[in-house]
Write a protein of this length. Sequence first.
Length: 255
Amino acid sequence: MGGGTESSGSGDIVRTLHLLWDTGRRPSRGPKPGLTLDRIVEAAVQVADGEGLHALSMRRVATELGTGTMSLYRYIPGKAELLDLMLDHVQRPSENPADLGDGDWRSALEAMGRATLTLYRRHPWLLQVNQSRPVLGPSALDGMEKVLSRIKSMGLTDPELISVIIAVDGYVVGAARTQLYQQEAEHRSGLTDTEFWKAQAPVLGELMTSGRYPLLAGLSEDAFATGFDHFEFGLQRILDGLEVFVGRRGGGAEG
């Protein structure tokens, strides 16, 4: 899987905003009864989830809906705008306040990190989209508003609060990409992770007894155990660092 094969915000930005916020002109008559913009977006997400982003096209979505390709253009200009609607659709925040932690800023960031990892696992194609210039729809702004309302108590400046969100999100994206790459490697090679490392064992065993790598050779047997949760360990250490930083500022009063 190549990263960044598509880019958000590459279509008609104004038209996309109208579609996201439902402020544009709707088709007076749909070419197919029951066809709506929401159904088109949901069908597009199903295609991307099941077949990958490379399979996404207006024609493929039309086939999924059982209609003609030209029917879709009455609702949406093209694939670029459709992608922006898909991004906003899948990133819709939970309406349950409990899903964003128990009230303090650390639990909110913790919950955000885990929810983001789940999102990328559910929709791996998100990792193929360059989202550095997003078109901001209701899901994006609602999600940001909810997170900011929980982490405002950190007592940081506004740029620092945004940087906190970026730091956690960047960590999660990297972890999600690593996990996805591992899954794809197993699928493409036909070798399980255990089989892959077992094939290297004879050569690696000789190297570890050669004296060339004393630190590596001295690692405990469980150093690379699959049961260790590297994601959770890394997330907690980031939050520990933020806690120290907030403490130095004299902030972090929960309210």
